[in-house]
Design a protein around this ligand. Structure first.
Ligand SMILES: Cc1cc2nc3c(=O)[nH]c(=O)nc-3n(C[C@H](O)[C@H](O)[C@H](O)COP(=O)(O)O)c2cc1C
Length: 422
């Protein structure tokens, strides 16, 4: 493709985006071996021109150069923003300046975002949602409300007659290849999966809601906001999202699942983990799995974590903290929906014992519920202390299975617990 050429993706529908092949890190958190593209589109109709999304401000010149090849600014009737993230709205202020007559269409949730981006209180725009349309004459654009994928204001725009879905970041990926179309570019499957895992997966329920709107649509082409344009088998990408978003262990959901992650230098925290597992297994309907973080990577386990009902994390206190593999596990939970799961912490310590409360704080921050106080044991656990660990596992399992009942705790029991925790 020659530099800065608009590309016709269907009759009178053009890609007018920009390529960013040098980018290696996106939004600080995502790696990209192949850079990215900012896809924007121009649709010509009898009643005027519609522009879907713009590009990152650093690439505005490229965007305007392509746009000018296929439309005059005064023809632009509609500027549609599928979401307002800066990599798609960067060139918007300048586009508004060049095409002041154009109506701006965005989702209801996009209104506040727009005000945050263009600090102009008098700017006029039209909020739209599922069922709203724009008539370009012989072609109609339909809006689909698909929030949180991956910004709150995300929507998709569907060109009915042509069966083209402009899907915003949904079905996108960071993969820059000037050949543009999925049947021409290099193998981008890894980038597609990586993008889903990092940006869509935390919003699994919203993915399922969006699929319910998208799956019934006749689809000839998927035009996402990043990465290849999907004209070969577009439905396969929709299906892949369905597979990724469906609960993994749906069939096995009769029992509650409890995952215990631990790490231990001298075996003390290991013994506690085993005892907690034994206690939890005493309750019918709870399946317990133990993982020594010294022997596993977390990434293959994220599906299990997402499906689990309870997570228990154990770390010795080393230099006043929980150890790095535990923090790595906790930071990876930000990509997984863990809100509302049950959590607990435990660990052996020598003198100060900060690890357990630090883990509990982080679990609370991730919105897990911590129904049972964590278990801290000084150095080597005694038989009685291992029994306390069994008690923790047992109580947690009762909470998981909804069998908790109010009971009176004796003063002695309370003193033993508090002494242990101090
Ligand atoms: C390098 C090192 C640093 C430690 N720092 C602390 C500490 O800051 N606070 C504390 O309570 N215990 C500390 N400990 C003691 C351990 O928490 C204790 O030995 C614990 O029983 C180890 O449990 P584990 O066998 O599960 O690894 C430290 C131990 C080591 C080896």
């Amino acid at each position: 493709m020659t530099a800065c050429k608009a590309v016709e993706i269907a009759a009178e529908i053009y890609w007018i985006g920009a390529l960013d092949p040098q980018l290696r890190e996106f939004d600080i958190i995502l790696k990209t071996a192949n850079g990215t593209s900012y896809n924007a589109y121009c649709i010509r109709g009898q009643k005027g021109v519609a522009i879907i999304d713009t590009v990152k401000i650093s690439h505005a010149d490229e965007f305007f150069a392509r746009l000018e090849q296929v439309a005059h600014y005064e023809e632009i009737q509609a500027i549609i923003l599928n979401h307002l993230e800066p990599d798609h709205s960067g060139a918007l202020p300048e586009l508004i300046r060049r095409a002041p007559q154009a109506q701006i269409y965005l989702s209801h949730r996009g209104q506040m975002m727009l005000k945050g981006i263009i600090k102009d209180e008098v700017l006029e725009y039209i909020p739209v949602g599922t069922g709203d349309t724009i008539d370009l004459g012989e072609r109609q654009l339909h809006f689909l409300h698909t929030p949180f994928l991956h910004w709150p204001d995300t929507q998709c725009t569907y060109l009915e007659k042509e069966g083209i879905l402009f899907s915003g970041d949904i079905f996108g990926c960071h993969f820059c290849d000037s050949r543009l179309f999925n049947d021409k570019v290099g193998d981008f499957r890894a980038a597609f999966e990586y993008y889903y895992a990092h940006l869509m997966r935390p919003f699994r329920e919203h993915v399922l809601e969006a699929l319910a709107l998208i799956e019934p649509l006749p689809l000839n082409l998927l035009a996402p906001a990043h990465g290849p344009i999907l004209r070969d088998s577009p439905a396969a990408y929709v299906q892949r999202y369905r597979q990724l978003a469906e609960p993994l262990l749906a069939a096995a959901k009769q029992e509650k699942t409890l995952l215990i992650f631990y790490i231990s230098a001298y075996g003390n925290t290991t013994r506690m983990a085993q005892a907690i597992g034994e206690g939890a297994e005493m309750v019918n309907g709870v399946r317990v799995s133990l993982y020594d973080l010294q022997g596993c990577e977390v990434s293959p386990l994220v599906d299990l974590i997402e499906e689990a009902d309870g997570l228990v994390l154990g770390s010795p206190t080393i230099n006043g903290d929980a150890v790095k593999p535990i923090w790595d596990l906790l930071s990876s939970l930000a990509l997984v929906k863990v809100r509302g799961k049950l959590g607990a912490a435990f660990g052996s310590y020598g003198w100060s014992g900060e690890a357990v409360s630090l883990i509990e704080d982080r679990l609370r921050g991730l919105k897990l519920r911590i129904p049972v106080k964590g278990c801290k044991i000084k150095l080597i656990p005694t038989d009685a202390e291992l029994e306390q660990c069994r008690g923790l596992g047992y109580e947690l399992a009762l909470h998981l299975t909804g069998q908790t009942e109010q009971r009176l705790i004796t003063l002695n029991e309370l003193i033993v617990r508090e002494t242990n925790y101090a």
